[in-house]
Write a protein that binds this ligand. Sequence first.
Ligand SMILES: [Cu+2]
Length: 447
Amino acid sequence: MKSDEYESSQGNATDSDSPLNESRRAFFKTTGATILAAPAILTSRKSLAQVVTDDEALPPSPPTTPWLRELPEEMEPLEQTDLASGPLPPNCDPNLANGECGRGSHQLWEEIFGVADRPLLPGQADTYVLRVKAIDDHEFHPDYARQLVWNYVGEGGESNPTIHARYGRPIIVRLHNDLPANHSGFGTPEISLHLHNLHTPSESDGFPGDYFSKTKAGPTISAPGDFYDHVYPNVYAGLREFPKSASNPVGGDKREALGTLWYHDHCLDFTAANANRGMAGFYLLYDELDSGNEHDPNPKALRLPSDAYDYPLAFQDKRFGADTIQVHDQFDPEGTLGDKVTVNGMIEPVLRVASRKYRLRLLNAGPSRFYQFHLVTPNNVQQSFIHIANDGNLLPRSLLNRKNVRLSVAERADIVVDFSAYPLGTELYLVNRWEQTSSRGPKGVKG
Ligand SMILES: [Cu+2]
Protein backbone atom coordinates (compact mmCIF):
# COMPACT_ATOMS: atom_id res chain seq x y z
CA MET A 1 0.00 0.00 0.00
CA LYS A 2 1.23 3.43 -0.83
CA SER A 3 0.23 6.75 0.47
CA ASP A 4 0.34 9.85 -1.66
CA GLU A 5 3.82 10.80 -0.66
CA TYR A 6 5.42 7.88 1.12
CA GLU A 7 6.44 4.41 0.32
CA SER A 8 4.89 1.97 2.72
CA SER A 9 6.95 1.24 5.78
CA GLN A 10 7.70 -2.17 4.28
CA GLY A 11 9.21 -0.47 1.25
CA ASN A 12 12.73 -0.95 0.04
CA ALA A 13 15.06 1.07 2.23
CA THR A 14 17.55 1.62 -0.54
CA ASP A 15 14.89 3.01 -2.83
CA SER A 16 13.59 5.32 -0.19
CA ASP A 17 17.04 6.73 0.43
CA SER A 18 17.45 8.01 -3.08
CA PRO A 19 17.34 11.76 -3.58
CA LEU A 20 14.42 11.32 -5.95
CA ASN A 21 12.30 9.76 -3.30
CA GLU A 22 13.56 12.16 -0.72
CA SER A 23 12.38 15.06 -2.82
CA ARG A 24 8.85 13.78 -2.48
CA ARG A 25 8.96 14.62 1.14
CA ALA A 26 10.98 17.78 1.01
CA PHE A 27 9.25 20.87 2.14
CA PHE A 28 11.81 23.47 2.40
CA LYS A 29 15.11 23.96 0.73
CA THR A 30 18.00 26.15 1.74
CA THR A 31 20.81 27.24 -0.49
CA GLY A 32 23.61 29.78 -0.41
CA ALA A 33 24.17 32.04 -3.36
CA THR A 34 26.16 35.04 -2.36
CA ILE A 35 28.89 35.69 0.13
CA LEU A 36 26.27 36.32 2.74
CA ALA A 37 23.82 33.75 1.58
CA ALA A 38 24.08 30.06 2.08
CA PRO A 39 20.90 28.64 0.74
CA ALA A 40 18.10 27.34 2.80
CA ILE A 41 15.04 26.07 1.10
CA LEU A 42 11.83 25.01 2.64
CA THR A 43 9.39 23.28 0.48
CA SER A 44 6.34 21.24 0.96
CA ARG A 45 6.03 17.68 -0.13
CA LYS A 46 5.83 17.10 -3.83
CA SER A 47 2.60 15.41 -4.56
CA LEU A 48 2.73 12.38 -6.78
CA ALA A 49 0.41 11.17 -9.46
CA GLN A 50 -0.42 8.09 -7.46
CA VAL A 51 -3.62 6.57 -6.27
CA VAL A 52 -4.35 8.05 -2.92
CA THR A 53 -4.93 5.47 -0.28
CA ASP A 54 -5.42 7.62 2.73
CA ASP A 55 -8.52 7.10 4.78
CA GLU A 56 -10.31 10.11 3.47
CA ALA A 57 -10.22 8.92 -0.13
CA LEU A 58 -9.71 12.43 -1.40
CA PRO A 59 -7.93 12.76 -4.71
CA PRO A 60 -4.38 14.11 -4.47
CA SER A 61 -3.75 17.80 -4.78
CA PRO A 62 -2.55 18.79 -8.27
CA PRO A 63 1.24 18.61 -8.70
CA THR A 64 3.43 21.64 -8.17
CA THR A 65 6.88 22.59 -9.38
CA PRO A 66 9.12 22.95 -6.32
CA TRP A 67 11.30 25.87 -5.35
CA LEU A 68 9.69 28.57 -7.46
CA ARG A 69 9.16 31.07 -4.68
CA GLU A 70 11.41 32.57 -2.06
CA LEU A 71 10.57 33.49 1.47
CA PRO A 72 11.57 36.97 2.59
CA GLU A 73 15.09 37.22 4.00
CA GLU A 74 13.80 38.61 7.24
CA MET A 75 10.54 38.34 9.15
CA GLU A 76 10.20 41.79 10.58
CA PRO A 77 8.02 42.37 13.64
CA LEU A 78 4.65 44.07 13.35
CA GLU A 79 4.84 47.80 13.95
CA GLN A 80 2.89 49.27 16.81
CA THR A 81 -0.19 51.46 16.45
CA ASP A 82 -0.54 53.95 19.29
CA LEU A 83 -4.08 53.20 20.40
CA ALA A 84 -3.82 55.22 23.61
CA SER A 85 -3.33 58.45 21.63
CA GLY A 86 -6.07 57.59 19.15
CA PRO A 87 -9.75 58.41 19.27
CA LEU A 88 -10.71 55.22 21.05
CA PRO A 89 -8.16 54.21 23.69
CA PRO A 90 -8.58 50.73 25.17
CA ASN A 91 -10.33 50.57 28.51
CA CYS A 92 -11.04 48.07 31.27
CA ASP A 93 -14.69 47.67 30.29
CA PRO A 94 -15.64 47.08 26.67
CA ASN A 95 -16.37 50.23 24.71
CA LEU A 96 -19.81 49.07 23.58
CA ALA A 97 -20.96 52.50 22.41
CA ASN A 98 -18.14 52.67 19.89
CA GLY A 99 -18.25 49.22 18.39
CA GLU A 100 -16.38 46.93 20.75
CA CYS A 101 -18.05 43.59 21.31
CA GLY A 102 -19.29 42.60 24.75
CA ARG A 103 -16.15 41.00 26.11
CA GLY A 104 -15.55 40.58 29.83
CA SER A 105 -13.86 43.39 31.74
CA HIS A 106 -10.07 43.16 31.86
CA GLN A 107 -9.24 41.44 35.15
CA LEU A 108 -5.80 42.92 35.67
CA TRP A 109 -6.46 46.42 34.35
CA GLU A 110 -6.08 48.23 37.66
CA GLU A 111 -3.09 46.13 38.69
CA ILE A 112 -1.29 46.83 35.43
CA PHE A 113 -2.42 50.34 34.53
CA GLY A 114 -3.17 51.86 37.94
CA VAL A 115 -6.79 52.97 37.70
CA ALA A 116 -9.70 50.68 36.94
CA ASP A 117 -12.00 53.11 35.17
CA ARG A 118 -9.51 55.14 33.16
CA PRO A 119 -8.59 54.43 29.54
CA LEU A 120 -5.04 53.43 28.67
CA LEU A 121 -2.54 56.29 28.76
CA PRO A 122 0.15 56.75 26.08
CA GLY A 123 3.24 54.70 26.86
CA GLN A 124 1.56 52.26 29.26
CA ALA A 125 1.51 49.34 26.83
CA ASP A 126 2.66 48.30 23.39
CA THR A 127 -0.48 48.41 21.27
CA TYR A 128 -1.21 46.71 17.96
CA VAL A 129 -4.08 46.51 15.50
CA LEU A 130 -4.93 43.38 13.55
CA ARG A 131 -7.80 43.03 11.10
CA VAL A 132 -9.01 39.68 9.90
CA LYS A 133 -9.58 40.14 6.20
CA ALA A 134 -10.68 38.02 3.29
CA ILE A 135 -7.89 38.09 0.71
CA ASP A 136 -9.08 36.69 -2.60
CA ASP A 137 -5.81 36.59 -4.54
CA HIS A 138 -3.46 34.63 -2.32
CA GLU A 139 -0.82 32.62 -4.18
CA PHE A 140 -0.04 29.36 -2.41
CA HIS A 141 2.01 28.37 -5.45
CA PRO A 142 2.47 29.77 -8.98
CA ASP A 143 1.02 26.57 -10.45
CA TYR A 144 -2.22 27.10 -8.55
CA ALA A 145 -4.99 29.65 -9.10
CA ARG A 146 -4.93 32.67 -6.85
CA GLN A 147 -7.56 32.11 -4.21
CA LEU A 148 -9.25 33.05 -1.00
CA VAL A 149 -7.51 33.06 2.38
CA TRP A 150 -8.42 34.73 5.66
CA ASN A 151 -5.43 36.36 7.32
CA TYR A 152 -4.69 38.61 10.22
CA VAL A 153 -3.58 41.82 8.53
CA GLY A 154 -1.50 44.56 10.13
CA GLU A 155 -2.04 48.27 9.47
CA GLY A 156 0.80 48.19 6.96
CA GLY A 157 -0.84 45.34 5.05
CA GLU A 158 1.32 42.55 6.52
CA SER A 159 -0.35 39.15 6.45
CA ASN A 160 -0.19 37.11 9.66
CA PRO A 161 2.49 39.40 11.09
CA THR A 162 4.85 38.39 13.88
CA ILE A 163 4.33 40.20 17.16
CA HIS A 164 7.44 40.74 19.28
CA ALA A 165 6.74 40.95 23.02
CA ARG A 166 8.84 41.20 26.16
CA TYR A 167 8.21 39.97 29.67
CA GLY A 168 7.36 42.91 31.90
CA ARG A 169 5.86 44.96 29.08
CA PRO A 170 2.08 44.62 28.55
CA ILE A 171 0.59 44.41 25.10
CA ILE A 172 -2.89 45.24 23.88
CA VAL A 173 -4.02 43.79 20.57
CA ARG A 174 -7.14 45.27 19.01
CA LEU A 175 -8.67 42.69 16.72
CA HIS A 176 -11.15 43.86 14.07
CA ASN A 177 -13.39 41.46 12.23
CA ASP A 178 -13.58 42.58 8.58
CA LEU A 179 -14.80 39.26 7.21
CA PRO A 180 -17.88 39.29 4.97
CA ALA A 181 -21.01 38.08 6.76
CA ASN A 182 -22.30 36.37 3.59
CA HIS A 183 -19.34 34.01 3.23
CA SER A 184 -19.90 30.65 1.60
CA GLY A 185 -17.39 27.82 1.66
CA PHE A 186 -15.47 26.48 4.60
CA GLY A 187 -14.80 28.61 7.65
CA THR A 188 -17.16 30.86 9.53
CA PRO A 189 -16.86 34.67 9.67
CA GLU A 190 -17.12 34.83 13.45
CA ILE A 191 -13.72 34.94 15.10
CA SER A 192 -12.02 34.47 18.46
CA LEU A 193 -8.33 35.29 18.81
CA HIS A 194 -6.47 32.69 20.88
CA LEU A 195 -2.89 33.29 21.92
CA HIS A 196 -1.81 29.70 22.27
CA ASN A 197 -0.04 28.75 25.53
CA LEU A 198 0.47 32.27 26.88
CA HIS A 199 -0.70 32.81 30.44
CA THR A 200 -3.30 35.51 29.94
CA PRO A 201 -6.36 36.74 31.81
CA SER A 202 -9.33 34.65 30.71
CA GLU A 203 -11.24 37.51 29.06
CA SER A 204 -8.27 37.97 26.71
CA ASP A 205 -7.47 34.30 26.13
CA GLY A 206 -9.76 33.85 23.16
CA PHE A 207 -12.09 31.14 24.40
CA PRO A 208 -14.04 29.28 21.69
CA GLY A 209 -17.22 30.96 22.92
CA ASP A 210 -15.72 34.45 22.68
CA TYR A 211 -16.35 34.66 18.96
CA PHE A 212 -17.77 37.82 17.48
CA SER A 213 -18.77 39.59 14.30
CA LYS A 214 -20.77 42.73 13.67
CA THR A 215 -23.96 40.73 13.97
CA LYS A 216 -23.16 37.70 16.12
CA ALA A 217 -21.76 37.13 19.60
CA GLY A 218 -20.55 33.85 21.10
CA PRO A 219 -22.11 32.45 24.29
CA THR A 220 -19.35 33.81 26.56
CA ILE A 221 -19.58 37.43 25.44
CA SER A 222 -22.60 39.71 25.70
CA ALA A 223 -22.83 41.62 22.41
CA PRO A 224 -21.58 41.59 18.82
CA GLY A 225 -19.20 44.28 17.63
CA ASP A 226 -16.53 45.42 15.22
CA PHE A 227 -13.52 44.70 17.42
CA TYR A 228 -12.17 43.08 20.59
CA ASP A 229 -9.32 44.41 22.75
CA HIS A 230 -7.06 41.70 24.19
CA VAL A 231 -4.69 42.48 27.08
CA TYR A 232 -1.52 40.39 27.40
CA PRO A 233 0.28 41.35 30.63
CA ASN A 234 3.41 39.34 29.70
CA VAL A 235 4.14 38.25 33.25
CA TYR A 236 5.47 34.80 34.10
CA ALA A 237 2.91 32.25 35.26
CA GLY A 238 2.54 32.11 39.05
CA LEU A 239 2.03 35.83 39.56
CA ARG A 240 0.21 35.37 42.86
CA GLU A 241 2.78 32.96 44.28
CA PHE A 242 5.72 35.05 43.07
CA PRO A 243 4.45 38.65 43.19
CA LYS A 244 6.29 41.55 41.66
CA SER A 245 9.16 42.81 43.81
CA ALA A 246 12.43 44.66 43.48
CA SER A 247 14.19 41.38 42.77
CA ASN A 248 11.39 40.13 40.55
CA PRO A 249 10.24 43.19 38.60
CA VAL A 250 8.25 41.20 36.04
CA GLY A 251 6.34 39.05 38.52
CA GLY A 252 5.67 35.32 38.38
CA ASP A 253 7.98 32.33 38.16
CA LYS A 254 10.81 32.75 35.64
CA ARG A 255 10.97 28.99 35.18
CA GLU A 256 7.63 29.32 33.39
CA ALA A 257 9.13 31.54 30.69
CA LEU A 258 7.76 31.05 27.19
CA GLY A 259 9.38 32.16 23.96
CA THR A 260 7.83 30.88 20.74
CA LEU A 261 4.06 31.31 20.83
CA TRP A 262 1.44 31.59 18.16
CA TYR A 263 -1.99 33.06 17.74
CA HIS A 264 -4.81 31.52 15.78
CA ASP A 265 -8.55 31.52 15.41
CA HIS A 266 -10.45 29.57 18.04
CA CYS A 267 -14.10 29.94 17.05
CA LEU A 268 -16.36 27.34 18.61
CA ASP A 269 -16.71 24.31 16.29
CA PHE A 270 -14.74 26.08 13.54
CA THR A 271 -11.21 26.30 14.90
CA ALA A 272 -9.72 23.86 12.38
CA ALA A 273 -11.63 25.34 9.44
CA ASN A 274 -10.80 28.94 10.31
CA ALA A 275 -7.15 28.26 11.10
CA ASN A 276 -6.92 26.29 7.87
CA ARG A 277 -8.35 29.33 6.06
CA GLY A 278 -5.14 31.02 7.10
CA MET A 279 -5.66 32.60 10.52
CA ALA A 280 -2.37 31.90 12.30
CA GLY A 281 0.66 33.98 13.23
CA PHE A 282 3.62 34.12 15.62
CA TYR A 283 3.95 35.90 18.97
CA LEU A 284 7.57 35.84 20.13
CA LEU A 285 8.19 36.61 23.77
CA TYR A 286 11.59 37.67 25.04
CA ASP A 287 13.08 38.24 28.46
CA GLU A 288 16.45 38.94 30.06
CA LEU A 289 17.74 35.45 29.25
CA ASP A 290 16.28 35.03 25.78
CA SER A 291 16.61 38.69 24.97
CA GLY A 292 16.31 38.78 21.20
CA ASN A 293 19.70 40.42 20.83
CA GLU A 294 22.67 38.34 19.80
CA HIS A 295 24.97 41.23 20.80
CA ASP A 296 23.38 41.71 24.22
CA PRO A 297 26.10 42.87 26.64
CA ASN A 298 24.14 41.47 29.60
CA PRO A 299 26.19 38.45 30.79
CA LYS A 300 22.94 36.58 31.60
CA ALA A 301 21.72 36.80 28.03
CA LEU A 302 21.94 33.74 25.80
CA ARG A 303 22.76 35.82 22.71
CA LEU A 304 20.84 33.51 20.41
CA PRO A 305 20.69 34.42 16.71
CA SER A 306 18.46 37.47 16.43
CA ASP A 307 16.75 39.82 13.98
CA ALA A 308 16.99 38.45 10.41
CA TYR A 309 18.55 35.27 11.81
CA ASP A 310 15.66 34.53 14.15
CA TYR A 311 13.22 33.08 11.63
CA PRO A 312 9.73 31.72 12.32
CA LEU A 313 8.38 29.02 10.01
CA ALA A 314 4.73 27.93 10.22
CA PHE A 315 3.71 24.67 8.56
CA GLN A 316 0.12 23.89 7.59
CA ASP A 317 -1.14 20.83 5.76
CA LYS A 318 -3.67 21.59 3.05
CA ARG A 319 -5.61 19.76 0.39
CA PHE A 320 -6.44 21.21 -3.01
CA GLY A 321 -9.06 20.12 -5.54
CA ALA A 322 -8.49 19.39 -9.23
CA ASP A 323 -9.16 23.09 -9.89
CA THR A 324 -6.23 23.91 -7.52
CA ILE A 325 -8.58 25.55 -5.01
CA GLN A 326 -8.20 24.56 -1.34
CA VAL A 327 -10.77 22.13 0.02
CA HIS A 328 -11.67 21.42 3.65
CA ASP A 329 -14.61 19.36 4.84
CA GLN A 330 -15.71 21.14 7.99
CA PHE A 331 -18.58 18.71 8.50
CA ASP A 332 -16.27 15.73 8.81
CA PRO A 333 -15.25 15.33 12.45
CA GLU A 334 -12.15 13.48 11.24
CA GLY A 335 -10.92 16.67 9.62
CA THR A 336 -9.16 16.96 6.28
CA LEU A 337 -5.64 15.59 5.95
CA GLY A 338 -3.52 17.80 3.72
CA ASP A 339 -1.07 16.44 1.16
CA LYS A 340 0.56 19.80 0.51
CA VAL A 341 2.37 21.67 3.23
CA THR A 342 2.52 25.43 3.20
CA VAL A 343 5.45 27.19 4.81
CA ASN A 344 4.39 30.67 5.91
CA GLY A 345 1.59 30.41 3.34
CA MET A 346 3.66 29.11 0.41
CA ILE A 347 4.06 25.65 -1.04
CA GLU A 348 7.69 24.56 -1.51
CA PRO A 349 9.40 27.88 -0.94
CA VAL A 350 13.12 28.57 -0.75
CA LEU A 351 14.81 30.48 2.03
CA ARG A 352 18.21 31.91 1.21
CA VAL A 353 20.29 32.01 4.32
CA ALA A 354 23.55 33.65 5.30
CA SER A 355 26.62 31.62 6.11
CA ARG A 356 26.08 31.71 9.89
CA LYS A 357 23.87 30.41 12.67
CA TYR A 358 20.11 30.77 12.52
CA ARG A 359 17.42 30.21 15.07
CA LEU A 360 14.55 28.57 13.21
CA ARG A 361 11.24 28.53 15.05
CA LEU A 362 9.22 25.65 13.67
CA LEU A 363 5.47 25.63 14.26
CA ASN A 364 2.98 22.95 13.34
CA ALA A 365 -0.01 25.21 12.66
CA GLY A 366 -2.20 22.21 11.83
CA PRO A 367 -4.76 21.14 11.15
CA SER A 368 -4.01 17.43 10.75
CA ARG A 369 -0.40 16.49 10.04
CA PHE A 370 2.30 15.41 12.43
CA TYR A 371 5.89 16.00 11.36
CA GLN A 372 9.25 14.45 11.99
CA PHE A 373 11.58 16.95 10.42
CA HIS A 374 15.03 16.12 9.12
CA LEU A 375 17.47 18.47 7.46
CA VAL A 376 19.19 16.67 4.59
CA THR A 377 21.56 17.29 1.71
CA PRO A 378 20.47 16.52 -1.87
CA ASN A 379 22.16 13.14 -1.34
CA ASN A 380 19.88 12.54 1.61
CA VAL A 381 22.59 12.81 4.25
CA GLN A 382 21.07 13.92 7.52
CA GLN A 383 22.50 17.08 9.00
CA SER A 384 22.64 17.88 12.66
CA PHE A 385 21.27 20.86 14.47
CA ILE A 386 20.77 22.03 18.03
CA HIS A 387 17.34 21.75 19.62
CA ILE A 388 16.99 24.59 22.12
CA ALA A 389 13.30 24.94 22.92
CA ASN A 390 10.15 22.86 22.80
CA ASP A 391 6.59 24.18 22.80
CA GLY A 392 7.80 27.62 23.79
CA ASN A 393 10.00 26.53 26.70
CA LEU A 394 13.78 26.69 26.53
CA LEU A 395 15.13 23.24 27.34
CA PRO A 396 17.17 22.92 30.56
CA ARG A 397 20.11 22.10 28.32
CA SER A 398 20.32 22.37 24.57
CA LEU A 399 20.21 19.04 22.77
CA LEU A 400 23.26 18.93 20.53
CA ASN A 401 23.75 16.99 17.30
CA ARG A 402 20.07 16.28 16.78
CA LYS A 403 19.08 14.70 13.50
CA ASN A 404 15.33 15.13 13.76
CA VAL A 405 12.58 16.84 15.67
CA ARG A 406 8.92 15.89 16.00
CA LEU A 407 5.96 18.23 16.08
CA SER A 408 2.34 17.42 16.79
CA VAL A 409 -0.39 19.92 15.99
CA ALA A 410 0.16 23.34 17.62
CA GLU A 411 3.59 22.27 18.90
CA ARG A 412 6.69 24.39 18.39
CA ALA A 413 10.39 23.58 18.27
CA ASP A 414 13.24 26.08 18.20
CA ILE A 415 16.36 24.79 16.53
CA VAL A 416 19.71 26.39 15.78
CA VAL A 417 21.30 25.50 12.46
CA ASP A 418 24.85 26.57 11.63
CA PHE A 419 24.88 27.23 7.90
CA SER A 420 28.50 28.38 8.05
CA ALA A 421 29.39 24.68 8.04
CA TYR A 422 28.42 24.50 4.36
CA PRO A 423 30.07 25.86 1.21
CA LEU A 424 28.21 28.71 -0.42
CA GLY A 425 25.63 27.39 -2.83
CA THR A 426 24.82 24.33 -0.75
CA GLU A 427 21.21 23.28 -0.85
CA LEU A 428 19.58 21.67 2.14
CA TYR A 429 16.08 20.28 2.40
CA LEU A 430 13.78 20.15 5.34
CA VAL A 431 11.88 16.90 4.97
CA ASN A 432 9.12 15.15 6.88
CA ARG A 433 9.57 11.45 7.48
CA TRP A 434 6.50 10.76 9.54
CA GLU A 435 4.11 8.78 7.41
CA GLN A 436 0.49 9.71 7.92
CA THR A 437 -2.50 8.46 5.98
CA SER A 438 -5.28 9.51 8.32
CA SER A 439 -6.07 12.67 10.24
CA ARG A 440 -6.16 10.56 13.39
CA GLY A 441 -2.40 10.38 13.65
CA PRO A 442 0.89 9.34 12.09
CA LYS A 443 2.06 5.84 11.30
CA GLY A 444 5.65 4.71 11.01
CA VAL A 445 8.70 6.80 10.45
CA LYS A 446 10.22 6.51 7.05
CA GLY A 447 13.81 6.61 6.07
CU1 LIG B 1 -4.22 26.92 20.29
